[in-house]
Design a protein around this ligand. Structure first.
Ligand code: AMP
Ligand code: MG
Length: 500
């Protein structure tokens, strides 16, 4: 008998009505002994789901993949992609299943997706599973990104599988129930483009337009508008990543969402001390996906997207290339403008003036030369006053002491204060604005490491606590000040590992 609660998932599946060559139909592989790590109650509420039900054994069985809810049409999606620049003609969901699309009470559509849900026809040699470390990392970081106001997939739940997963050694297995505005990637387009399947490209593009970019339907050439819209989402997204010191770590084309969400959290990391060349991913030996390369890589990935839809842009290939190139060439300027506006806000400049961007860049250079912590620099700067007087001295000192060579940053502060005086804005007003864009709390690597180590001992309270702190990143939270701090030398995490 079907429990009435099961019907609470308002599924309206559209991707699984697309042609069969877009996916493989299969159910998640059941796990031995599912138990709850965490339900994201706020997100569940937003989605119109009853979190009390999700915490029952039926709910947990659904989130673990042991039971398919009424209305779901489970599939593993096909896609291809460039991994570290090398072409892979077939990737696809090798350890994930899309249960279906859920409609929320306010009419939003979200993919409900299980990651770590067992092998699929796309698993190649993988076991289709995930262990608790990457699941908690994705949970924490994706939720932190959402709280920072950055477009991202979300974590609805984390479940223990009661099984072990073999990696460097045996680890406890877990499943992440992930929610996204969709899971369609640049690599999904490349999959069909490589097969010269023009019909599929048109179907996929029309699906995306209807779902994410309905305004393109009205355009004289919807596919050019689609390209422009995807470019716009990406330059805005990357400019946001840069403004919080986020490094995705594996910006392969299969990990770039067409809807413009941050997707596929693997060896991602937030920087502690600022350096544009920062890389954490253990597999990124050449630094292809270093912090400072992210805008360039985004443009490269977008050019792969544009190449895939060229035949839709114009039947005449030369004309299509010209149009696409023209749009792609706008990316650096558009990105720069989004970057400027984010960093102008970060340093508290309200009116747009010539030289603002250089002022922000000078601060970044000074930070990188002096090993200053990215997050704390902007947070402490937010508390300074426009005029240097006795009362400001303690705060000034707190700020300059973040830099190895304090006189260099003192010179910058002088220039900054001169510039602030050109804006017609009180200290209180400016500080409030700055504190609302410069977070106090980010998911620092050493804290993530800490929660994973505790989880391996069966203790999930550090995970709960960190998740709670990061849900209010712009609040001072005096009781949690130690979580604002960068790692001690012995706590520094230099390498992060992919989520496999
Ligand atoms: P990602 O690292 O998430 O970008 O994954 C790259 C590709 O490897 C995707 O096709 C994944 O589905 C696949 N993959 C990663 N881990 C596993 C695994 N444990 N089992 C099967 N496939 C996997
Ligand atoms: Mg991926």
């Amino acid at each position: 008998m079907v429990s009435s609660h099961q019907n609470q998932f308002q599924f309206d599946n559209t991707y699984s009505t697309l042609p069969e060559r877009f996916y493989a139909r299969l159910n998640p592989t059941p796990v031995q002994k599912p138990s709850l790590i965490k339900i994201n109650r706020l997100l569940a509420n937003h989605m119109g789901l009853d979190s009390n039900f999700l915490e029952t054994s039926t709910g947990i069985n659904i989130l673990a993949g042991n039971q398919v809810p009424v209305g779901a049409k489970p599939i593993a999606m096909a896609y291809a992609g460039h991994q570290f620049g090398g072409w892979v003609p077939q990737l696809g969901d090798g350890r994930a299943i899309l249960l279906g699309e859920v409609i929320t009470p306010d009419g939003c559509r979200y993919d409900l997706h299980l990651k770590g849900s067992g092998q699929t026809p796309f698993s190649r040699n993988g076991d289709g599973r995930a262990w608790v470390g990457p699941v908690l990392r994705e949970y924490i970081v994706s939720e932190a990104m959402a709280a920072l106001g950055i477009p991202t997939t979300r974590a609805l739940a984390a479940i223990n599988t009661g099984e072990t997963v073999m990696r460097e050694s045996q680890f406890p297995g877990a499943v992440l129930a992930r929610v996204a505005s969709s899971h369609i990637r640049v690599g999904t387009f490349q999959y069909f483009s490589a097969r010269k399947d023009l019909d599929a490209l048109r179907i996929l593009s029309n699906h995306i337009i209807k779902r994410h970019y309905p305004e393109a339907e009205k355009s004289s050439n919807p596919y050019i508008t689609l390209l422009e819209s995807v470019i716009e989402k990406q330059y805005k997204l990357i400019a946001k990543w840069m403004s919080v010191g986020f490094i995705h770590g594996v910006m392969n084309t299969d990990n770039m969402s067409i809807a413009g969400d941050t997707i596929d959290y693997g060896p991602c990391a937030f920087m502690d001390n600022y350096h544009p060349g920062k890389v954490f991913s253990s597999i990124d030996q050449m630094g292809r996906y270093a912090y400072g390369n992210q805008p360039l890589i985004a443009q490269w990935n977008l050019s792969c997207f544009a190449s895939a839809i060229l035949p839709l842009i114009d039947k005449n290939e030369d004309a299509a290339i010209e149009t696409a190139t023209d749009r792609l060439n706008c990316f650096p300027e558009q990105y720069e403008s989004a970057w400027n506006s984010n960093f102008r806000a970060k340093i508290g400049l309200l009116e747009k003036k010539e030289g603002d961007s250089n002022l922000a860049k000078d601060l970044l250079s000074c930070m990188s030369e002096n090993n200053a912590d990215f997050t704390l620099t902007f947070r402490q700067l937010s508390k300074l006053s426009k005029d240097k007087d006795q009362s400001s001295e303690i705060l000034d000192k707190k700020f300059t002491s973040l830099f190895e060579n304090q006189s260099a940053v003192e010179a910058w502060l002088l220039k900054w204060r001169e510039r602030l005086n050109l804006d017609n804005c009180s200290d209180t007003e400016r500080q409030k604005a700055m504190l609302s864009v410069n977070p106090a709390y980010i998911p620092r690597n050493h804290r993530i490491e800490e929660i994973i180590l505790a989880a391996l001992e069966g203790n999930f309270s550090p995970f709960e606590k960190l998740n709670d702190i990061l849900s209010r990143p712009f609040e001072e939270q005096v009781e949690n000040i130690k979580f604002q701090k960068p790692p001690l030398p012995e706590e520094i995490v230099r390498e992060t590992f992919c989520g496999t």
